[in-house]
Design a protein around this ligand. Structure first.
Ligand code: AR6
Length: 518
């Protein structure tokens, strides 16, 4: 092997800071919109916080608040929520089939008759449910939770809109109620996704697309596999007793939209800090080994990406392991370049294996992760969306490098300074170059003053290359500003030489005068 291929030992993972090292920070007062009355929390009682209900463009439109325009017809016309309650009640007898679930959902979504199909749900019913859950018993419990909506959600849920810092904290029980409503497709105004429609800037939330037909039978199979994770989640959150007290989903979760205005973003030319510590490994994953660190979600700007469709890569799998994350789709407007979403406290419910086509639900995950004073699990996720390079050659331009640096910085900034758990961000579905993205993430981490754990997803060679590059940059005291200049120069040469095949790391080594014999 070439000399630069023999890096020294990696920074030990045990030395990286985790959430538990900063318990005082997490126990601070909650800010933003808190959906429960926290005075009773320490006694183990969760009481929803109460405020006057609203139906407006600033808040989630809840199904029980939906009113039709006054009808001139003298006959009594039931409200949409009454129709919903009536239809869903029929499913509580314990004898209902998937067909009955379809009938119920379509009764209050009749304009989608003939458009929505339920093949994946049928497949789950035919092939899988007897192995996992007893759907006859589970569906009534899900209905019950969904219909508790007026009793559980008593405060308007603000929409997390673009360029506004806002946080929402809700109980795991409230989340399960909202997700049960999403499963039964009760959210009004959320089915039309056409450009220009009211919620075109938001991800979808009703589960209809997860049940739907796919031409490719393989995809129906994958959706049915996703449903196993979803049903296991509902089974756990509606269970009356838990084997272990510590597994009980009776805590809180915070969703925080973070935006940093242009003027407050780093001037990358002037960042004189050195790179931080790096632990890198080809083994392990962000989700498991990264627990307690700031775990990166390789996100889509519409949070959750294809989780309710056919997508099945890092973000979607993460959302299936911790389905509470899916509720973010209800209120998070698509992320702009200077924004991210940070989620504190979600529980992990599912063990999965495989990736994409080989994705499999392996079984329950019993989460015993400790919690902070607000009963939030010591688990923190940050959703940052990389650029989707339809043409990978575009990623070396100054504008695109700066965009990715800023996006990573927005995700990594803030307190407390736990280490970041990341990997090949933007380098799968989005076609990025992992060597460039690793340097970009290291620069952003340095500016945000955090160490990093990098999981290279089985790619030993890549892990070694990144580790070696990091080591050289440290040894040569290459600070962030210098590295920024090097990336810019590389981009210019790349364009000048019409996408030359020069390797970025080789370019950097040469420019800094690295001598392999050193
Ligand atoms: N831990 C560490 N590395 C991983 C893991 C993991 N659990 N999973 C994957 N990788 P990708 P993107 C590595 O394609 O390119 C979704 O639909 C693996 O090498 O998920 O940013 C979103 O909703 C993989 O190739 O992220 C977005 O729409 C690479 O990370 C879009 O995909 C990138 O994973 C984002 O695409």
């Amino acid at each position: 092997p070439k000399p630069w291929m023999q890096p020294g030992p990696t920074h030990p993972i045990q030395a990286l800071k985790k959430m538990e090292n900063f318990s005082a920070e997490f126990n601070k007062n909650l800010t933003g919109c808190v959906m429960i009355d926290t005075t009773y929390l320490q006694q183990g009682v969760i009481v929803p916080y109460e405020r006057t209900p609203v139906w407006d463009s600033q808040h989630v439109k809840l199904p029980h608040l939906y009113t039709r325009p006054q009808s001139h017809n003298k006959h009594y016309v039931p409200s949409r929520w009454e129709v919903t309650c009536h239809a869903l009640h029929k499913l509580t007898k314990g004898t209902s089939s998937i067909g009955d679930v379809e009938t119920a959902i379509m009764s209050y979504n009749h304009s989608y008759k003939g458009k929505w199909t339920f093949d994946a749900l049928y497949r789950y019913g035919q092939r899988l449910h007897t192995m996992d859950n007893n759907l006859h018993l589970l569906i009534p419990k899900m209905v019950e939770r969904a219909l508790e909506l007026p009793a559980l959600i008593k405060r308007p849920i603000p929409l997390l809109r673009q360029q506004q810092y806002q946080a929402i904290t809700m109980s795991q029980q409230q989340i399960s109620c909202l997700l049960a409503n999403a499963f039964f497709c009760t959210f009004p105004h959320r089915n039309d996704t056409k450009p220009g429609s009211e919620y075109a800037n938001y991800p979808t939330i009703n589960f209809s697309s997860l049940f739907a037909n796919e031409k490719d039978p393989e995809r129906i199979k994958q959706k049915a596999e996703k449903l196993r994770a979803i049903f296991h989640y509902f089974n756990t959150v509606t269970k009356e007793s838990h084997d272990q007290e510590s597994e009980k989903p009776d805590g809180l979760v915070t969703f925080e939209r973070i935006c940093i205005p242009e003027a407050k973003l780093p001037d990358w030319k002037k960042q004189k800090m050195p790179l931080r510590n790096l632990h890198i490994s080809s083994e392990g994953s962000i989700e498991k080994e990264g627990t307690g660190m700031l775990q990166v979600d390789f996100a889509c700007k519409y949070i959750g990406g294809g989780v309710l469709k056919s997508g099945l890569v890092q973000e979607e799998i993460l959302f299936l392991m911790s389905p509470e994350l899916i509720v973010a789709r209800l209120f998070t407007e698509k992320l702009a370049d200077n924004e991210c979403l940070r989620i504190t406290g979600p529980q992990m419910y599912n063990l999965t294996s495989g990736y994409s086509k080989t994705f499999t639900w392996e079984g329950p995950y019993n989460d015993r992760t400790k919690r902070d004073m607000w009963k939030r699990r010591y688990r923190q996720i940050v959703a940052i969306d990389a650029l989707d390079f339809k043409n990978p050659k575009e990623q070396y331009t100054k504008e695109n490098i700066k965009r990715e640096l800023n996006k990573a910085f927005v995700g990594f900034s803030g307190n407390p300074k736990t280490a970041i758990a990341t990997g090949n961000w933007g380098c799968g579905a989005f076609n990025g170059d992992p060597k460039l993205k690793a340097v970009i993430q290291l620069m952003a981490a340095a500016a945000a003053e955090r160490d990093m754990a990098y999981f290279a997803f089985k790619n030993k060679h890549l892990a070694m290359e990144i580790q070696r590059m990091h080591e050289i940059l440290k040894n040569y005291n290459i600070t962030v500003d210098k590295l920024y200049k090097l990336l810019k120069d590389f981009g210019e040469q790349y364009t000048r030489e019409h996408h030359s095949s020069t390797d970025l790391y080789r370019f950097i080594r040469e420019k800094i005068g690295y001598k392999s014999c050193l």
